[in-house]
Write a new protein. Structure first.
Length: 188
């Protein structure tokens, strides 16, 4: 993607909670892709009504996870400002309206490629922010078989399940996020 505009990678998700796989993906994008910044964008309300921790908690945990990556990693609360169920196309349109001198790219895991037909206005999403696809261990390889990186098999679901079962989970999330989860008593 050739542009004279500064380019921001948008990394959206539930981040329920953010884990080290999210940090690794963000670091890989920041260090290898032609972007000036990466913005974590936690969804306000999941489009498929999945149960999530409070938005304020997920936003705070994203800020803690982003802080370890330096000043080029930021966190946006735009989906809270937009309200309602989060729709990536709507969020990207709002970001473009607020930042007209910026080009955007969307960071997605390769698992999203198989589900893109379920996304609201996927064609607009691709046009507004051409995807940067990050490989994920455990994903069935399809059209993305040539991805340059494969991140560890870690998920927010696994973190929540381990916390609820009293199993070790600390090494799956950043230390600051683990402290926040304990302090707030999240995911009992």
């Amino acid at each position: 993607m050739s542009t004279d505009l500064p380019t921001v990678a948008i990394f959206g998700g539930s981040f329920n909670p953010p884990h080290v796989g999210h940090q690794l993906a963000a670091l890989w994008v920041l260090e290898t892709q032609p972007v000036s910044e990466l913005w974590f964008v936690p969804c306000f309300r999941h489009a498929f009504d999945k149960a999530l921790a409070e938005f304020s908690d997920r936003l705070a945990m994203c800020r803690l996870a982003a802080a370890a990556l330096g000043p080029r990693a930021q966190v946006s609360s735009i989906e809270e400002e937009l309200g309602g169920a989060s729709r990536t196309a709507v969020t990207l349109e709002a970001l473009q309206a607020r930042h007209p001198g910026t080009a955007f790219r969307l960071v997605i895991g390769e698992d999203i490629l198989a589900d893109r037909s379920k996304w609201h206005r996927w064609d607009d999403v691709e046009r507004l922010a051409p995807p940067i696809v990050v490989g994920r261990k455990g994903c069935v390889r399809g059209e993305s078989s040539e991805l340059p990186i494969e991140l560890p098999e870690v998920s927010s679901t696994a973190v929540r399940t381990r916390i609820a079962a009293g199993q070790p989970w600390d090494t799956l999330v950043p230390r600051t996020v683990a402290g926040y989860i304990r302090e707030r008593g999240l995911y009992p």
